[in-house]
Design a protein around this ligand. Structure first.
Ligand SMILES: [Zn+2]
Ligand SMILES: [Zn+2]
Length: 388
């Protein structure tokens, strides 16, 4: 896209004024009121509750449930996320989800990704919402499933009243009840909105700039623990861009992903179902693949006395990798065939279980082989790094 088209894109005054005014109030009136009058503990608790409700409605609702269909939520869950998602003021589920799917499909493409990081930090963070850029044009052809969800359509139709009620009327009513309307509006209304906005916007900006690329280097998305801390676990963005249908972003059990934990809890109490996970083997495959990329890259830049031996080691590892992948594909095909036959023949349950247990052991073995290979490659890479 030419710089000319970008410069001349017509300004969207509603968003420009909204973002500017709320930000100005957050950095002036909010601290001033705190200094002159002060905020109560109740107001701070409400601030945190509203912030968390809005945040999780975007990450667990708008993002993982609706944009990626990574799991299903019952009507209560979806209604909750639709209400508090409107309170987060980031457009309706329908528009957000459609735009986000385009972001994944055309990531880093300046003409098609609505918030391409290649147009700079400011653009990916907030700039893309301030002007009517051609790349941001609404095209709902990729969101037909969302259009069939009555809750999504209800929220889309009544978006403005929902926004006004949740952001102004609700904090004002609570303020009335606790005896401080202005303070509650400033803290729970404005400051909460501004913090909530920028925290989410970091996922589009910083999560495409800072961090590691353990799973893929085919796009700019990064894994970043510190960003995961403030984004309810969305900071593991490299994993997410590679395995977007997985309901987890921080896929390891120890990774900080409260959105994943929330979805797990919802599933345990029967409010969420069909949680989608990519096979562990596929995750290991991506990790090992990236270790090879790194090793190959390092080998080009270093000079060791026994270069040929290192190259041979790497080549042997690569051959084993290819073989493990082929074995896995075959086992998976056999497994599906077995399941199909069992289903057709309605074999005894006991036998079925036995087959599954045997297959599971073999799958586990292959995952383990890849895990060990990844460890060997990591050592290799450390050796290479020491030689540079
Ligand atoms: Zn996504
Ligand atoms: Zn992204």
């Amino acid at each position: 896209m030419s710089a000319d088209v970008q410069q001349n894109a017509p300004r969207i005054w509603v968003t420009t004024l909204l973002f500017s005014l709320t930000f100005i109030i957050a950095v002036t009136a909010v601290p001033l009121y705190g200094f002159l009058v002060g905020y109560s503990l109740t107001q701070w608790v409400l601030f945190v509750v509203f912030l968390a409700f809005c945040g999780f409605s975007i990450t667990a609702g708008y993002h993982r449930l609706w944009s990626h269909r990574a799991y299903d939520g019952n009507v209560v869950v979806r209604a909750f996320f639709a209400f508090w998602g409107a309170c987060a003021l980031q457009n309706s589920i329908l528009i957000w989800g459609s735009g986000h799917r385009r972001h994944h499909r055309h990531v880093d493409d300046n003409d098609k990704d609505p918030y391409s990081i290649n147009r700079g930090f400011w653009y990916a963070h907030i700039g893309w919402m301030l002007r009517n850029y051609p790349s941001g044009e609404v095209d709902l052809s990729n969101a037909q499933d969302l259009q069939r969800d009555p809750i999504v359509m209800f929220q889309h139709k009544y978006y403005v009243p929902l926004v006004l009620f949740s952001n102004i009327a609700l904090p004002a009513l609570i303020g009335l009840a606790i005896g401080d309307v202005i303070g509650t509006l400033l803290l729970v209304g404005v400051l909460r909105l501004v913090v909530s906005h920028h925290v989410t916007f970091f996922i589009n900006s910083l999560c495409h700039m800072w961090g590691n690329q353990p799973y893929t280097n085919t796009n700019t998305a990064r894994d970043n623990f510190f960003l995961a801390l403030v984004t309810y676990g969305e900071g593991y963005h490299n994993f997410h861009h590679y395995f977007q249908t997985d309901y987890r972003n921080g896929v390891r059990w120890w990774q900080f992903d409260p959105t994943k934990w929330l979805i797990n809890v919802l599933s345990w109490v029967g409010m969420a179902s069909n949680l989608r996970r990519v096979p562990d083997f596929k995750i290991q495959e991506a990790l090992v693949h990236m270790q090879f990329e790194k090793a190959k890259d390092q080998l080009k830049r270093i000079h060791l006395p026994n270069m040929e031996a290192w190259k041979e080691t790497l080549e042997a590892e690569y051959q084993q990798f290819t073989k493990t992948l082929a074995d896995w594909k075959q086992l998976r095909a056999e497994w599906y065939e077995q399941k199909r036959q069992e289903f057709a023949e309605k074999k005894q349950e006991l036998q079925e279980k036995w087959h599954r247990a045997a297959a599971r052991t073999r799958f586990k073995e292959m995952e383990y082989m890849l895990k060990m290979q990844r460890k060997r490659l990591q050592m290799l890479n450390l050796n290479f790094a020491a030689a540079t």
